[in-house]
Design a protein around this ligand. Structure first.
Ligand code: IMP
Length: 424
């Protein structure tokens, strides 16, 4: 299948980067289509750790074209630093392309993200404070400034001045803190523009031509379906469309050009930020999962909330993204427990349901209905195929398939590129 989408099917941090990196060995291009440097992928290659935020995971495969699509919001200072740190480790940037239609994150977006979060007080969303939401707000408000604007210094300067004038009013008059000097931003950003110039292109055209020629293209989701602006647990979501539908808008590839869509999940559930989480474990089991899985944010370092696998939530993801299969990561992390629980339904006021509610007030009232499984050994390193996995883990995975109404296509059994079992 030439065009494949890889998305997160829970609340993010499912280990998509590793799966994209594995599949990228056959890919001609890897494409990011949404989000910004709120995302973080950690890859372990030959024992070396790489934390990527904006640049697609395919960059570690020489020869693979890596595209940052138009749906991504880009902090140019950040991407220049990411490029430099990869170059310092010997990674080539020759194949990095950045969409000329992508929107820029400015310092006022980052400050406003923080000020808005502080203003929300106990109702804060728990954003990464990278300016993602305010940058997408400007995009829909139609005052956003794009990568292509950097190639025209005069109009770029005019646009920045107009935005800074308005943002300063908000920052100074509403929030009472110091605003920005437009000229300083303009000078810095035009320098970033020069630096990024060799990478900026009409990536929609390049991808369209590649898809027409039947090339293998991988679309790498950031965040996840449950953080999607429409399908996520609104308002505790990000401001873009990480769901599969976001691929078309965020990269310029039409729906008829997409062949397959895999959702990545962990063998348990985590989330950062706020919002109801029915299978959350606020006990020593949750702490043990966090420590075993080192469940701390790649981007913010925040401890992730941990809980049992929620099949109701993943079944919802399977449906709204029309997933053709799921990848279950971190089966090793869940090893060593005597018993493992799987949430197969919710109960509210004596009623059992497998429907995932829109209302967060309803979701907060849902009590998980669990099935219990025997645990398995944490060391799965000798396993090469599904049948090699401990029987209790096989039973657990088969029940996940049944309750989520999809098939398991891969199982992650460790952090490395080689620690993966292909199932179908
Ligand atoms: P924002 O994307 O920074 O606006 O944050 C909105 C919500 O999405 C918060 O709950 C964040 O913690 C969450 N979020 C954003 N990016 C990621 C990610 O890559 N993994 C997990 N959660 C994320």
């Amino acid at each position: 299948m030439p065009t494949k989408v890889i998305i997160g099917a829970q609340w993010g941090d499912e280990g998509k980067g590793k799966i994209v990196d594995i599949l990228a060995s056959n890919a001609d291009a890897v494409v990011r289509y949404s989000g910004g440097n709120n995302a973080g992928h950690t890859l372990v290659i030959n024992g070396e750790k790489y934390a990527l935020h904006l640049i697609p995971s395919g960059i570690l495969r020489p020869g693979t074209i890596c595209v940052v699509g138009n749906g991504v919001v880009i902090d140019p200072e950040f991407i220049v630093k990411e490029i430099d740190s990869l170059i310092a480790r010997g990674v080539s940037m020759d194949n990095l392309l950045i969409s000329d239609r992508s929107h820029l994150i400015f310092p006022y977006h980052k400050l406003l993200d923080e000020l808005q979060e502080n203003f929300r007080g106990k109702n804060d969303i728990g954003t990464t404070k990278k300016g993602i939401g305010p940058a997408y707000m400007d995009k829909t408000e139609r005052c956003g400034i794009r990568m292509c604007d950097l190639s025209n210094p005069d109009t770029f300067a005019e646009k920045v001045k107009a935005n800074v004038e308005f943002k300063n009013l908000l920052i100074e008059k509403v929030y009472g803190v110091n605003g920005f000097v437009a000229e300083e931003i303009i000078e810095k950003y035009l320098a970033y523009g020069e630096r990024l110039k060799p990478h900026i292109a009409d990536t929609t055209k390049i991808l369209y031509e590649m898809a027409k020629q039947g090339k293998n293209i991988l679309f790498e989701g950031a965040q996840s379906s449950l953080l999607d602006l429409d399908y996520g647990t609104y308002p505790y979501v990000t401001s873009s469309h990480p769901a599969a539908g976001g691929v078309c808008i965020g990269s310029g590839i039409g729906p008829t050009m997409i062949d397959e869509c895999f959702g990545v999940v962990k063998a348990y559930t985590t989330r950062v930020g706020k919002g109801p989480f029915p299978s959350e474990l606020n006990d020593e089991i949750g702490d043990r999962i966090r420590e075993r899985g080192q469940e701390y944010g790649t981007t913010t370092g925040r401890p992730r909330r941990c809980g049992w696998f929620d099949a109701v939530l993943v079944k919802f993801s399977v449906r709204v993204n029309a997933l053709t299969g799921i990848v279950v990561n971190r089966a090793d992390t869940l090893g060593s427990f005597d018993k493992v629980k799987l949430c197969v339904a919710y109960e509210k006021d004596g009623q059992i349901t497998t429907a995932f509610p829109a209302s967060l007030e309803d979701l907060a009232k849902m009590k998980p209905v669990y099935e219990e499984f025997d645990g398995w050994d944490e060391n799965l390193s000798g396993c090469e195929k599904f049948d090699d996995l401990p029987e209790s883990l096989q039973r657990y995975l088969r029940r996940i398939e049944e309750s989520c109404e999809t098939k398991v296509v891969m199982v992650g059994i460790g952090p490395g590129r080689e620690d993966i079992i292909m199932v179908n």
